[in-house]
Design a protein around this ligand. Structure first.
Ligand code: ZN
Ligand code: ZN
Length: 134
């Protein structure tokens, strides 16, 4: 933050972070923020910094991405299993075929979520219509 002259009315010693000029109401902060963002040197500096950050984190990220990819593949398999199960499963309560397999991930999260913990454990399927689990 620094004191500047209002670019609109020329009033002296106005804070460049003031929302508006106390004399003429000019939107000073917005004006300087826009100016800063348009400054090519600043933009270049930001780009450089972003690239450096990317390079630093790339090595770490590769492993993380591998893990995430594995997880995604696994989730896709779970989804496919859901699809397969849905075709031959029917809810024992309402008879609806709109049944989903409660994934291991879901159960794991349930265990971690207090309150939900007991409701899903040991149950593999959930009817999407009546919410019955079995
Ligand atoms: Zn002004
Ligand atoms: Zn049902």
């Amino acid at each position: 933050m620094s004191l500047i002259n209002c670019p609109e009315c020329g009033k002296e010693r106005v804070s460049d972070s003031a929302a508006s000029c106390p004399s003429c109401g000019f939107g000073i902060r917005g004006y300087y923020e826009a100016k800063k963002n348009n400054d090519p040197q600043r933009r270049e500096a930001i780009n450089k910094l972003t690239n450096t950050m990317k390079n630093i984190s790339t090595k770490k990220q590769v492993k993380e991405e591998e893990e995430q990819q594995k997880l995604r593949d696994w989730e896709i398999r779970e989804e496919l299993l859901n699809e397969l199960n849905r075709k031959r499963l029917y809810c024992p309560v309402c008879g609806s075929g709109n049944v989903s397999r409660i994934s291991t991930t879901g159960r794991l999260i349930s265990v971690l979520t207090v309150g939900f913990a007991s409701s899903k454990i040991g149950k593999q399927y959930m009817c999407k219509i009546c919410k019955h689990k079995w």
